[in-house]
Write a protein that binds this ligand. Structure first.
Ligand code: 13P
Ligand code: SF4
Length: 379
């Protein structure tokens, strides 16, 4: 393979932005030459009434209008700590906006500019499936010793289950703290819904063995496990994963090491265990940014996370070699649903006192979810 087969970003290459959404109906046309001016004007009119939060995987055109950018943990903190803005426009995905609604004050309204911005991983654990799993653990007599630890990437209903059953939420930046806390409260952990973050944290950060962790398959009776396996397990890993991070492979790591001598492999903990075990640095999106910001000029990095972020890092650091860990392009299609036309539409609607795409979590679900989220913020 030639060096040109790797996706080296920055300086001479720019993949441009891919538009997956056609803007119809009330949305401005993406080709509207006035779009940026319209965005600036609506933003100015909203002033301090609106706070725009932008996850690091958002497109550049959206990040340009974010008041605060961050990983899921930082954005949850931002939502909890800014009670003065009437509107929180969340440029991210649905579960993040739900968490923001739970953490903001009652007078604040959380807006998700495109309701189709979901997360395929969050959809891999439904409330019914989790209730069935818990019933099975109760029948075998281990539920009372099991603490649920639920990744932020989950529906409010699953967060509520977690709060009600004495568990906590975690993000990729505090999963180790959350799991350590859970082992102080009980003997076993039910980790939902990302098997990779759960396994990587249990094995690589807490020193458990791979055998201590068993996979709970929600499509099989008793998770596809025997009673003996359930009794012996320390961590039940829900069978969910991220389709974006699941693409990175050990082969990618080995190839990049051959192609770029001295390269540092930097990955998100949602990657598969064999990728994370063979990486040099592992961390949340915020940590990935901090690592590249602090890296020496001339150093080389192959990054395994969503492509909008990797491209932005490459542009911001022309003094470093920054490659995308996979050979092929890999955006998070749901994060990419939020584009400038949707943001302009949401802001102009709010300026016209028309509230669109408000995310509200039912009070009963919000009550226990908040408990679980606040346990996380206090960790
Ligand atoms: P971070 O919390 O690291 O930003 O990750 C969120 C996410 O969805 C990664 O796929
Ligand atoms: Fe969900 Fe993966 Fe997209 Fe993150 S990158 S929002 S986990 S689908």
């Amino acid at each position: 393979m030639a060096l040109s087969d790797l996706l080296i970003l920055g300086r001479d290459s720019d993949l441009g932005s891919e538009r997956g959404v056609s803007c119809t109906g009330a949305l401005p046309e993406a080709s509207d030459p006035q779009l940026i001016e319209r965005a600036k004007s609506a933003r100015a009119k909203l002033g301090s009434r609106a706070l725009i939060l932008g996850h690091h995987y958002q497109r550049d055109e959206v990040i340009a209008f974010a008041d605060i950018t961050g990983d899921s943990f930082k954005l949850a903190q931002a939502a909890a700590n800014n009670p003065d803005s009437e509107f929180v426009i969340f440029c991210g995905v649905h579960f993040m906006a739900e968490s923001a609604d739970i953490l903001t004050a009652p007078h604040q309204k959380v807006i998700l500019p495109d309701l189709a911005a979901g997360c395929s991983m969050a959809d891999m654990a439904t409330a019914n499936q989790v209730a069935e799993c818990w019933n099975a653990l109760e029948k075998i007599g281990v539920a009372s010793k099991t603490i649920p630890v639920t990744y932020m990437n989950s529906s409010a209903a699953i967060k509520s289950f977690t709060g009600e059953n004495g568990g906590t939420i975690c993000t990729s930046s505090n999963a180790m703290k959350a799991m350590s806390w859970a082992f102080e409260q009980g003997e076993k952990i039910l980790f939902l819904p990302d098997q990779h973050l759960g396994r990587n944290t249990a094995v690589l950060s807490l020193g458990l063995s791979l055998e201590d962790c068993v996979l709970w398959n929600p499509w099989k009776p008793m998770g596809g496990l025997t009673k003996e396996e359930i009794l012996a397990a320390k961590v039940f890993l829900w069978r969910g994963h991220c389709s974006v991070h699941g693409r990175f492979s050990l082969d990618n790591v080995n190839t990049v090491r051959k192609m770029i001598p001295g390269v540092n492999v930097l990955v998100h903990p949602e990657c598969q265990h064999e990728v994370v075990s063979n990486a040099d640095v592992v961390g949340s999106t915020e940590m990935i940014i901090r690592t590249i910001d602090g890296a020496s000029p001339g150093s080389a990095w192959a990054i395994g996370t969503e492509l909008n972020l990797v491209q932005r890092l490459a542009k911001a650091h022309p003094d470093k070699t920054i490659a995308f860990l996979d050979k092929t392009v890999c955006y998070c299609s749901t994060m990419n649903r939020i584009d400038l036309p949707h943001l302009v539409w949401a802001m102009e609607s709010l300026v016209a006192s028309h509230i669109v795409n408000q995310i509200t979590v039912e009070p009963e679900i919000a009550r226990y979810s908040k408990m679980a989220l606040e346990r996380m913020l206090a960790l």
